[in-house]
Write a protein that binds this ligand. Sequence first.
Ligand code: 0RA
Length: 649
Amino acid sequence: MPDDYDAGSIQVLEGLEAVRKRPGMYLGDPHDGSALHHCIWEVVDNSVDEHLAGYNHLIEVTLHPDHSLSVRDYGRGIPVDTHEEFGISAAEVIMTKLHAGGKFDNNSYKVSGGLHGVGVSAVNAVSEWMDVVIHRGGKIYKQRFEAGVRATDLVEIGTCNDTGTTISFKPDRTIFTNILEFDFDQIDSRLKETSFLNAGLKIIIADERTDERHAVEHHYEGGISEFVKQINERRETLHPEPILIQGEKEIEKGPVTVELSLQWSDAFSENIYCYTNIIRNRDGGTHLSGLRTALTSSINGYAKSKNMLKSGGLSGDDVREGLAAIVSVKHPDPSFSSQTKDKLVSSEVAGIVQTVVYEKLNEYFEENPSVGKQIVDKALLASKAREAARKARDLTRRKGVLEGGGLPGKLADCQSRDPNECEIYLVEGDSAGGSAKTGRDRRTQAILPLRGKILNVERQMHNVAKVFQNQEIQTMIRAFGAGVGNNAEDEGAFDTEKLRYSKLIIMTDADVDGAHIRTLMLTFLWRFMRPAIVGGHVYIAQPPLYQLNKGKVNRYAYSDEERDAIITELKGDNESAKIGVQRYKGLGEMNPEQLWETTMNPETRTMLKVTVREAEETNRMFETLMGEDVPERRAFIERHAKEVTNLDI
Ligand code: 0RA
């Protein structure tokens, strides 16, 4: 410890001691990895602020082999002149004073901020060491801290002709007792989000912890519009370009700017991501309610003006079905409902967002009437479906679908009566159904063969009676034994508690028809048994595409790449070795043993879990799963989810 310790420094030390004693209060749980990663966000946020101030276009984050991490930016560089109040350099103030941040420069400039906005000094406090290197005014400066305390003076170490700041730190292992490893995927997905929200900012993440250096780069000139496009990447969109909405309003504290990007697709779910000053607000808040109000009134207004409304209006849920949207608000002094900033409560924001969205959306519909019409059509369909689901219960009751009949004859039920261990395979076609019946574990696996295509319920929403006359649909309702209809308040509505199986597994051929049947099945479940999907009970079986053999060795491949990899592996050094390749066209081509071994054995099978994105997103897998980079995605899935991966609907 330097011997010239003055009153200011002692105050600093006390502040930082508090962080070391109770890191959880400032950075989140130090034992589960969340505080460890918050350290990164805190440091990166400072560099993002430089970007927002208009001075920085590149951030380089590097994970080093010694478990330290560095963040380099090309901003103005932290000021090095002596700070009047504290008598030490401004840089040292920022590195050691809690909440110092960029605040003493100009309040309105700092708009980003970490979980608690504690600043880089809190990270310094929980670091074994932290180095800051500053390029500024043609000179390079460096200072080191240990456990948040100055270990060297700020010294000039060279000259340069650029500007910027590099902050490196090594988390203190006495504080982060459980988890010391930075998680590349988590960093990657978070910083990808950061670059989407900061159009034009490039973020490079390099992992130097293994022999093979691994780096990714995120750079989106299109900002939040590219974010929305990526959310909808694997969906049929109703309009090719997201609708971009921008606006600004001056309040007492300064300007509030709002930026939104909206795009509807044929998906069922609604994916709206809200941000205030680049921080995600998981529970939305006033910006979200402003958006919702504007959407409902604007779309209803448009529908009415085009005489598209027959009876009643469209509900908020109806107009938001299939909507992917980003709402990004920048506010000089926002209020949140909690420390974690999950919900924005600044009341003036609702009105600002509502006004901006209402005006701009009306304008957009004016200029793009065909898109407007498609969005209304989609909402009308959602509205009919909702109405149909409401009627479903009465109808099924009257027709006796739920009572009487008992279990359907086609069902080969399992022996166990404990839903937790029971699963039901919904199998396309009688012949595959036969193989599945023979091959299954009859204690826990039930088989329900479904003949041909099930009804396209989307086309029958005006006629619910027809939906419930469909044999396959009646059979499913009876086999599941959990009722029908999404409205939980209705008597007889679908109730996962009553479900006779904890896993509903759709098993169709790996071809176009199979994919179609799967879609029809999912559509039915979404419209009439939604809690099963939301509760994570619906899965897609993954049969192999190929069987490969060399002599007595049999292998299965679930994709073309895997087929090629296995061929290479089986050949080994012998290029001319004979490898048998059989393409499975349908489940029916497999005998019962093969079907069990490749697709049904819980020990070895891979299944897709059907999810609505929100549920999936909780473990932040989605960005990687959605990325364009297929090998990367495969590698990710292999590393993280042996038995199930997700299918978003
Ligand atoms: C205070 C004032 C100024 C810049 C910064 C802080 C600053 C902090 C960090 C932390 C990481 N990178 C950073 N870059 C800049 C403005 C200085 C000026 O007006 O030139």
